[in-house]
Write a protein that binds this ligand. Structure first.
Ligand code: SF4
Ligand code: SF4
Length: 426
């Protein structure tokens, strides 16, 4: 269903009032909520938030800073929605409430942030231009120096830039390799062997700079299985950040642009489950949007592929977007199982968000770090874990940052990256 259309305050309040009325306050969702578990406050639980939303929609509660604080602390992880016996659409409720907050003008993003979020969403090719410099500055340790200088200790974004491994460069098939590293992906990567279909690869915005390995691995595996991969240069950001921060009109424009960028394909492949949810729930495209792990599990051509054994333990992290929204969390396990000798376990506490949650790690840094600490503890408690796989770039970046300095012990990556390595991708 397309729900990212700008609405008037009256329409928003009407929707919120009707939907909150479906909540019977049973409280079944409360113990599943990560913010309730951390803060032990009803106002930071789904039931409490729903009651406050209802009060505001009816004009019984003032839309003030206190109300906004409790709405801002929500991760939009939708763990509550997935256990609700009454099927209350909590995701739509929080999106509509944030839209109402933006319309009330009680909360405004800084001009710089608004400019950057809009520019980078509509012109994600800017990230391609930054690639060389970004890689250089990371290798020279500039971001780490900034972080350690103390002034940026509380800034989630600088922490990530400082602690992430250097970004890499777009995929070039072995036969086309040259000494120059490309800044852009080819627009088409032809299938190898028997051709099975044509798919589009969704690059995302930040991911095209920070998750190049996953995008490259996806092209490599898809090509090997006989799929031609199209990478349209006119694709833009999925709009999830705008959708969940009260700017559905921008999310709507981005959806329309992506629909026209991807036409006539068997599927649009999303490698980040966060983008996958946004594309799935808001796109009117004729091509289905499918998570890479799900697509590969259903694809043919595996009989012609060699996969080297990997006798190590892999923990699987389940992003909220894959688990609570797409309900596709079984597929990464099935994909990794194709690697001979691998030992696979679900990461303890997979029902709880890691705290990355879009821009949450930047906006609610303290809470995000506490949620991440639980993941790091779960990894550290099992000495045998050598790899942690996760299907969402935001989670991967956030957890990698938390594991900084331990990369020789545990490597974080997308499941398709681990598989591609075992299939021979250098
Ligand atoms: S589980 Fe559903 S009905 Fe029960 S309190 Fe939570 S949102 Fe309301
Ligand atoms: S979306 Fe997540 S953080 Fe927000 S109320 Fe529901 S369970 Fe809690």
């Amino acid at each position: 269903m397309v729900n990212n259309i700008k609405k008037s305050s009256e329409k928003l309040s009407e929707f919120i009032y009707k939907e909150t009325n479906r909540c019977v306050s049973c409280g079944l969702c409360v113990p599943h909520c990560p913010t309730y578990r951390l803060l032990a406050s009803e106002a930071d639980s789904p039931r409490g938030r729903i009651a406050m939303m209802s009060g505001v929609a009816q004009g019984k509660i003032t839309l003030n800073k206190r109300f906004i604080l409790h709405m801002d602390r929500c991760l939009t992880c939708r763990a509550c929605e997935s256990v609700c016996p009454n099927n209350v659409s909590y995701g739509q409720l929080i999106d509509h409430t944030r839209h109402l907050i933006v319309q009330s003008e009680h909360k405004k993003k800084s001009i710089l942030r608004r400019f950057l979020e809009r520019q980078l969403a509509f012109k994600p090719w800017c990230f391609n231009r930054m690639r060389g410099w970004f890689n250089f500055l990371q290798r020279k340790g500039l971001f780490l120096w900034l972080f350690k200088s103390g002034s940026f200790e509380k800034t989630g974004l600088i922490e990530q830039l400082a602690k992430l491994p250097p970004s890499s460069f777009p995929y070039v098939p072995e036969k086309n390799k040259s000494k120059t590293k490309p800044a852009l992906w080819q627009t088409v990567y032809p299938a190898e062997g028997n051709k099975r279909g044509e798919v589009g690869l969704f690059l995302g915005c930040v991911a095209r700079l920070t998750d190049v390995e996953t995008l490259n691995a996806s092209i490599f595996v898809l090509n090997r299985l006989g799929y031609t991969v199209h990478v349209p240069s006119s694709q833009v950001c999925c709009g999830a950040v705008h959708q969940h921060s009260g700017e559905p009109d921008i999310a709507f424009e981005l959806s329309r642009q992506n629909e026209s960028a991807f036409t006539g394909l068997d599927a649009i492949i999303a490698t980040a489950s966060g983008c996958g949810v946004q594309l799935n729930e808001n796109s009117q495209s004729l091509s289905p949007v499918v998570d890479i792990s799900k697509f590969l599990n259903m694809a043919g051509g595996w009989e012609a592929v060699n996969i080297s054994p990997l006798p190590y333990k892999v923990a699987v992290h389940e992003p909220c977007t894959l688990r609570n929204m797409l309900k596709d969390h079984a597929y990464p396990y099935q994909l990794i199982e194709r690697i001979p000798d691998i030992q696979m376990i679900p990461l303890a506490g997979n029902d709880q968000c890691c705290g990355a949650a879009g821009t949450y790690f930047m906006d609610q840094t303290e809470l995000a770090r506490k949620l991440r600490d639980a993941k790091i503890t779960a990894v550290m408690e099992d000495d045998a874990i050598r790899y942690l796989v996760t299907s969402n770039v935001g989670c991967a970046m956030h957890i990698t940052t938390g594991l900084h300095g331990m990369a020789d012990k545990v490597e974080v990556m997308h499941p398709v990256t681990l598989l591609a390595r075992q299939m021979g991708l250098q």
